[in-house]
Write a protein that binds this ligand. Structure first.
Ligand code: MN
Length: 287
C-alpha cells in the first residue's frame, strides 16, 4: 500500500496516478491526551488505519495525484536519524573535495567511525512544501536517500531482526549546507528534510538492499546508484541506531547518500526517484 498525506491533513491511498481520500480512516486512532506520546500515532497504529483505509477506498473520491499538495507521510516523528558517508564512492568524493569536507575529520570518516547524526524534526516537510534555502551565499547540496520508517519500538535489536521493525519506506532528501559546523546545525534548517512522496509498506518492496535511486536537478541527472552499495544496509542501521537509543514508531532513518552530491539554488526543480517507491518533484526557493 502507498499511503500519502496531502492538502493539509488529509490521508490518501495512492494507486494508478490517483489519490483516494481515506481521511476518515484516521478515526481508527485512539484519542491521545497531553502529554502526547513520543511516537507518531498514525504509524504506531498503521495496521488499523490501513485496514480501515482499504475499506473506505473503493467508495472514496479519486483525485489526480498531480492536483494535490503532498505532505510528509509521517507527521510527527520522534527523531530523524541520519547516516553520514554510508556509500564508499560518496566517502571518496568527500575526501577529494575540500568544499565538501572543510577539514572536519568526522565528515571524512567512514560510518563506523563517524556514527550517526540527528536532523531536527522541525526540518521535516513533504514534496509539496518545497525547500526554502538559507545561507544562499554558501553551498547548499541535495542528497537523495532511501528513508526507512520505523514501525515498532526497537531497543538493542540485532541486524538479523532489523527488518521486523520497519513499517515502510519513502524517499528522503537530506538537504545540507556545506561548512565547518556540526551536521545537526547544517542539516536542520526548516524544510531541509524532505520525505515523500508517500509511505510504501514493506510488502511492496521486494528487497530494500537492491533499489535503484536517482535524482535530477532541472532535468540534469546528479546522482544514480543502488542501495546494494550501502556500507551499512537497512537492518544494520537499525541495529546500530538501536544500540544507542530506542527507536519508536514513526522515527525515520535516512540511510545515506551515494556519490554525486551537488549544489542547488533558488528556482531549481528537483526530481527524485527510488525504484518500487515512486518519483517526487520538489521546488527550491530562498527562505
Ligand atoms: Mn545524507
Amino acid at each position: 500500500m502507498k499511503l500519502c498525506r496531502f492538502n493539509d491533513g488529509r490521508l490518501g491511498i495512492v494507486e494508478d496516478g490517483h489519490v483516494r481520500d481515506v481521511t476518515a480512516a484516521l478515526d481508527a486512532l485512539p484519542a491521545y491526551r497531553y502529554p502526547l506520546p513520543p511516537f507518531d500515532p498514525m504509524i504506531a497504529n498503521l495496521d488499523a488505519v490501513a485496514a480501515r483505509a482499504l475499506e473506505l477506498a473503493a467508495a472514496a473520491p479519486a483525485l489526480p495525484i498531480d492536483r494535490v499538495r503532498l505532505s510528509s507521510p509521517v507527521a510527527n516523528p520522534g527523531k530523524i536519524v541520519g547516516a553520514p558517508v554510508n556509500y564508499q564512492k560518496h566517502l571518496d568524493e568527500v575526501r577529494d573535495n575540500a568544499a565538501l569536507h572543510h577539514n572536519v575529520a568526522s565528515t571524512m570518516a567512514p560510518i563506523h567511525t563517524a556514527g550517526l547524526f540527528l536532523k531536527a524534526t522541525s526540518a521535516l516537510v513533504g514534496p509539496g512544501d518545497g525547500i526554502a534555502l538559507r545561507k544562499v551565499d554558501r553551498r547548499n547540496d541535495q542528497e537523495v536517500e532511501l528513508a526507512v520508517i520505523i514501525g515498532r519500538e526497537a531497543n538493542g535489536v540485532s541486524a538479523a531482526d532489523g527488518y521486523k521493525y520497519v513499517a515502510g519506506y519513502a524517499i528522503g532528501l537530506d538537504i545540507t549546507i556545506r561548512g565547518p559546523e556540526e551536521r545537526s546545525l547544517r542539516k536542520s534548517p526548516d524544510s531541509y528534510a524532505v520525505l515523500g512522496p508517500w509511505l510504501v509498506t514493506t510488502d511492496e518492496i521486494p528487497n530494500p538492499g537492491d533499489l535503484n535511486l536517482r535524482i535530477a536537478v532541472n532535468g540534469e541527472e546528479r546522482q544514480s546508484s543502488n542501495t546494494r552499495y550501502l556500507i551499512l544496509g537497512v537492518p544494520e542501521l537499525i541495529a546500530y541506531a538501536s544500540s544507542f537509543y530506542t527507536l519508536r514508531p514513526g522515527d525515520i532513518i535516512i540511510t545515506g547518500t551515494p556519490e554525486g552530491v551537488s549544489p542547488i539554488q533558488p528556482g531549481d526543480v528537483i526530481s527524485a526517484c527510488i525504484e518500487h517507491i515512486g518519483t517526487m518533484e520538489v521546488r527550491v526557493r530562498a527562505a
